[in-house]
Design a binder for this molecule. Structure first.
Ligand code: 13P
Length: 337
């Protein structure tokens, strides 16, 4: 295995910086555009990503950006490929390599992630485009009689296979088993499911001898379900999240990054701030944010496809990055919003 991946993994989770997830699939990106009245075309998606990636000053807060297949093939107005633009800013470009979810046969309501077929050859192409790390997302929904152990183990196996192929091709894999926020489950249920899921993922990684020192875990925070009547506060979320990791994540992992999962931007930042305070340094893992929605939503709300709003939208992006950077040192406060 190419040991340079250790260096890339270490840079991605370097203290004080996070990773922007700008890897929404075309249907996901279109859904967000539709909600704010932006035309759902390849050109508008390109303009949106250009707005985010060309904002001066983002390198102070971002170690990496996850791109999507369409995005890594796109360029700025000036003809600079996005991956190259990032490299020039000393931000590491990566790419989401899964191909979305499909039904898990015989398991109604459960999904497995597709995309293992032809993965190694796609990775070779991404390497030539400058990508240094990859991401793969699996989803675990909580509901009546789900998740099943079968689903958890199947997704864990697929994630491990993806991670093995990624490392073989010289990439740092970001392994993302997302426990979904949707539902009326309690935070205790989310903790149980997340612990169980992470244990299955690390057992599968161990089986395939994936090198954890060159791997990053992308996890959900442990939260009350969106429709649960009793909503845990940030301190409870932090305690449950850190306890979950201590019970399931091996020490060797290069780092843990968080998805935002449908929390409001403020909630995600507040929770991150409390989590950071509970992590034992340097005994635990390096830890940072890798949000999509919690970084992009306020920006998209301002832009709405209007070129006259680009500057104002970019300022909102920088502000969100600053607030999350403050959370990484446990110094975020609501009145900074
Ligand atoms: P959210 O922060 O919007 O959950 O997205 C993160 C991500 O990368 C999902 O795959």
């Amino acid at each position: 295995m190419d040991t340079r991946i250790y260096e890339v993994a270490g840079q991605l989770v370097i203290k004080g910086k996070g990773i922007l997830a700008a890897d929404e699939s075309t249907p996901s990106c279109n859904k967000r555009f539709l909600a704010v009245g932006v035309e759902q075309t390849e050109e508008m998606r390109r303009q949106w990503r250009e707005l985010l990636l060309t904002m001066p000053g983002i390198a102070e807060f971002l170690s990496g950006v996850i791109l999507y297949d369409e995005t890594i093939r796109q360029q700025t107005d000036q003809g600079i490929p996005f991956a190259k633009l990032l490299e020039e800013k000393s931000i590491i470009p990566g790419v989401k390599v899964d191909e979305g979810t499909g039904d898990f046969e015989g398991h109604p309501g459960e999904k497995i992630t597709k995309g293992l077929e032809g993965l190694a050859s796609r990775l070779k192409e991404y390497r030539a485009m400058g990508a240094k790390f990859t991401k793969w997302r699996a989803v675990i929904a909580i509901g009546e009689n789900i998740p099943t152990q079968d689903l958890i183990e199947k997704n864990a196996e697929i994630l491990a296979e993806y991670a093995e192929v990624s490392q073989d091709e010289g990439f740092v894999p970001i392994v993302e088993p997302e426990v979904l926020l949707e539902g009326n489950h309690t935070i205790e249920k989310a903790e149980e499911v997340t612990t169980n899921t992470l244990r299955a993922v690390f057992a599968a990684l161990h089986e395939k001898r994936v090198d954890l020192k060159g791997l990053i875990l992308k996890s959900s925070m442990v939260l009350s379900g969106k429709d649960c009547l009793q909503q845990a506060d940030a301190k409870q979320v932090a305690a449950a999240t850190v306890r979950t990791f201590q019970n399931s994540v091996p020490q060797e992992v290069a780092g843990i990054v968080f998805l935002s999962g449908g929390q409001s931007p403020q909630q995600a930042t507040e929770n991150l701030n409390e989590i950071v305070k509970l992590v034992r340094q340097p005994a635990d893992w390096p830890l940072t944010f890798s949000f999509s929605r919690a970084l992009q939503e306020p920006v998209l709300q301002i832009w709405r496809g209007d070129s006259a709003k680009i500057k104002a939208a970019q300022q909102a992006f920088l502000k969100r990055l600053k607030l999350n950077a403050a959370a990484l040192s446990g110094t975020y406060a609501k009145d900074m919003e």
